[in-house]
Design a protein around this ligand. Sequence first.
Ligand code: PLP
Length: 478
Amino acid sequence: MLNPNRPLIEALTKFKEANPISFHVPGHKGGMLSGLPAELRTALKYDFTELEGLDDLHEPSGVIEEAQQKLSSLYCSDRSFFLVNGSTVGNLAMVYAACRAGETVIVQRNAHKSIFHAIELTGARPVFVSPVWDVPTMTAGGVTATQVGEALKAYPEAKAVILTYPTYYGIAGDELEETINLCHTYGVPVLVDEAHGAHFIVGEPFPRSALQMGADVVVHSAHKTLPAMTMASFLHVRSDFITIEKVARYLGMLQSSSPSYLLMASLDDARAYAESFNEEDKKHFAERRATFIKQLQLIQGLQIVETDDPLKLILRIEGYSGFDIQQRLEAEGIYGEIADPYQVLFVLPLLKVESTYPFDEIYEKMKTAVASLNGLDKKRSKVEAPALGEGLSCLAYTFEEAANMEVEWIPYEDSVGRVAAASIIPYPPGIPLLIAGEIVKDEHVQTLEKLLQMGAKFQGEIRINEKQIVVVMNRVEE
Ligand SMILES: Cc1ncc(COP(=O)(O)O)c(C=O)c1O
């Protein structure tokens, strides 16, 4: 559908309608040589490359420039960029733009792995701030302004504060603006991984975007909550500290020199979708959501937990883990976003007045799914909040140093005072208990014991049965 408000899509459509003959890449030649299913092959008719009139993401001066400018106007940034490799590449680029090897950055400890990778690649020295535990959602939340203030007092030389807002479960809290203002009084820029908040720009009832609160660089996985294709993402800059040129330079190095026009077109569409999301749409969304919640509340045993972001819903059933619930839902063809020991997370569709979603059918299926749990033994006993490490923590070795040292597996009971060679991330709470390069403390070992007793699941390097963790051979003086 042609729409002058979507310049890139309009250009692609015009180009395709002229029936161009391809002697250029990609090799599928407009889908003609592709063995993909017919629906996918149809989309390949639009899978062009940097041809006349279609601009170039890395040197934009035509329709991509126009599309990115529209994005920038919507989010009130100084400059916004299309990303074709997810928030992952945005996080890498923003950290590269902010710091160099050996420089200090203050980082929310429950950051996505792309932030950890960015720190490793840049060689920056991280100071980690532990998030607070959010009781209603039973998940790790954000960090407080007081915590960040303490970190800044201790490390005023920091080159950036790197935050995650909102969390995966939609916790936004109410301290971000204060935190950003505080960082700016120290002359420190704030980089926000807002992967889960691209839709916040539509306004209430959604929380505000970090950009509206003065963050310097903000990254959005448009594909997570707006109608964009997987990987399609945004990065926005509005800063007195970080230059647009630096961000552009790193994106130029980190992104493909052949960015997908399908992904970029879906970003043009997602931006137009958010931009046109009006008061009537918001009212419609709120009504459909409220009706759906009311329906779900009629299902015996099902508990609904709301979070700061109305696009997220948490589902629990007393006595059952999120994994049990997930299995039953999937048996009925309903796929949630994630399950954890306590619950299942749903990401709702950002519906407009004209869009439909089969909520009545979903309700019937959910009734069946929940009823099918009744025959099962209740497995989950008391829910207990896992202990979170408090305060600030630094690394004895950088990630790279730790990755290049000789290592050994030892019983974790004997690991106090040694340096972890790999990170261990228990779920819950989804916060790294140990980070590669960090000195193991007594409280780490005690928390690990507790988490194992609770039946937490682990990502990272741990031999649960042998009760061992991996540490570097060198010992450090504490
Ligand atoms: C908080 C957060 N940041 C960044 C990412 C990476 O986003 P993407 O998948 O768009 O690369 C994710 C992915 O789940 C995430 O949850």
